[in-house]
Design a protein around this ligand. Structure first.
Ligand SMILES: *Cc1c(COP(=O)(O)O)cnc(C)c1O
Length: 465
């Protein structure tokens, strides 16, 4: 493998980064003080930084590098397409081979009558498409007032005005005037944090019935759609009780509400099927896709749309589209990625082998004195940190204080694991081996031991009142 080594020393790179680069979801002044870690290359599940340190990337970048790093086939596909046709649009009665082939391939993979694809450059754009599409759908059916979209608190659906409004992140809504009108939120099915003494399955039903109550409050003639991730990702890998999705399915059907499954993380094998909807036996009207679609090798996302919605939308001009909708290079890369996922039976491996293996290995983390629960679905997993396991109590320190300490201990142990508040999460490349899963658990355990020591030293092992 050719290695690029002609970059300046780390300190110089960090100084340039601090002077000119505004990082997403980052307090930039604070980062400038300590300097960003500069990642220079990667292979398989491992990253290398500019000082030569090697880390296991248990987050697959940002939940996206499903086939792992270093697959030259994707580089070849991109180069081939760039030489042949680097760009063309699909707005004005033209099409091109990568976009149409990718749409056809996705229609084949997606369940039921999800046969039509509207492309975007990522998940946020795709969810913005969904907002406009479901409202336009009902308008074309003579119900323009059926326009409210119901989502959930602590959901993540992207960072544009529309998609962040769909999301239920309080910290995001606090900046820039969100949510936009006619998007409302119900509670998440997070039994660990919010279930108290209730039975988890009863709690799942109760949380689903908040949807029914919200529809009743607003009137079904005002509600266009409900959107949810099959398993919440950025919210902290919150696995819903098994009772939740069947009840949601019933409610959407009974009240004539469109169901949008945001598959940006769950899609493309993450939880053991091609789509999370299949894992939960749901048949949404629209699925949002991005991330694993190209394994992050090129920016591409989209909405996979059912026959009925596509037919209604297609009956007139939908005044919507992005310059890079179905970008030929990104589409060619995605096609190659899907070919590899399929030919190497990677989704099946998650379902039959590495998923169950992680379930067993991950569950052992629950024995650690800091861990209140350890859960996973396929190859996404989380642990909740707590000072009091029996009560599932949160820490007295501000939310995220302990999570950040734990994340830094993971980094120090050359493990990339993220914290969401005081939950620690992983979502490794789907090609991770059993040996590397063992290595992740080993390093995570070491990081938890060190975190516990730090918490004792700093008097942070106290529960909130
Ligand atoms: C990441 C993510 C998005 C946003 O995708 P971008 O490509 O970052 O715009 C939307 N939904 C979910 C569930 C995500 O995890």
């Amino acid at each position: 493998m050719s290695v690029i080594t002609n970059y300046p020393p780390t300190a110089e790179l960090q100084a340039l980064d601090a002077a000119h680069h505004m990082h997403p979801f980052t307090a930039n002044a604070e980062l400038a003080q300590k300097g960003a870690r500069i990642i220079v290359r990667a292979d398989g599940v491992r990253l290398t930084d500019s000082d030569g340190a090697e880390m296991i990337d248990a987050m697959a970048g940002l939940w996206c590098v499903n086939i792992g790093y270093g697959r030259h086939e994707l580089a070849e596909a991109a180069a081939r397409q760039m030489r042949e046709l680097p760009y063309y649009n699909t707005f004005f009665q033209t099409s091109h081979v990568p976009a149409l082939q990718l749409a056809a391939k996705l229609a084949e993979l997606a369940p039921g009558d999800l046969n039509h694809v509207f492309f975007a450059a990522g998940g946020s754009e795709a969810n913005d498409t969904n907002i406009r599409m479901v409202r336009h759908y009902w308008a074309r059916k003579g119900q323009p007032e059926k326009r409210v979209i119901i989502s959930r608190r602590n959901a993540y659906h992207g960072s544009s005005m529309g998609s962040a409004s769909l999301g239920g992140m309080a910290g995001m809504h606090a900046q820039g005037g969100m949510p936009i009108p006619d998007i409302v939120h119900i509670d998440q099915p997070n039994w660990y944090a919010e279930g108290g003494d209730s039975d988890p399955q009863e709690f799942g039903i109760a949380r689903a019935r908040q949807l029914e109550a919200k529809i009743a409050e607003l009137g079904a003639d005002k509600v266009a759609a409900f959107i949810a991730e099959p398993v919440q990702g950025a919210g902290g890998v919150i696995v819903p009780p098994e009772s939740y999705w069947p009840e949601i399915k019933r409610i959407c059907a009974e009240h004539d509400i469109l169901l949008i499954a945001d598959e940006v993380i769950c899609g493309f094998g993450r939880i053991g099927h091609w789509f999370g909807s299949q894992s939960y036996d749901i048949q949404p009207h629209i699925m949002t896709i991005a991330k694993g679609l190209s394994s992050g090798y090129a920016p591409i996302g989209g909405s996979i749309v059912c026959d009925e919605v596509a037919e209604v939308i297609g009956g007139g001009e939908f005044n919507h589209g992005y310059t890079y909708s179905g970008h030929p290079v990104a589409a060619a890369v995605a096609l190659e990625n899907l070919r590899i996922l399929e030919e190497e039976k990677i989704v099946q491996r998650v379902h039959d082998d590495t998923g169950p293996y992680l379930t067993e290995a991950w569950a052992r983390l629950a024995d650690h004195p800091l861990v209140g629960e350890a859960v996973n679905r396929g190859l996404m997993a989380s642990i909740a940190l707590t000072p009091d396991k029996a009560r599932r109590a949160p820490f007295a320190a501000p939310v995220g204080t302990v999570g950040l300490i734990a994340r830094e201990r993971c980094f120090a142990n050359n493990l990339v694991m993220r914290h969401v508040g005081d939950r620690m999460i992983i979502s490794p490349p789907l090609i991770i081996s059993r040996d590397d899963i063992d290595e992740v658990i080993l390093r995570a355990t070491r990081a938890l031991d060190e975190t516990l020591e730090t918490l004792h030293q700093r008097n942070l092992m106290t529960a909130a009142a």
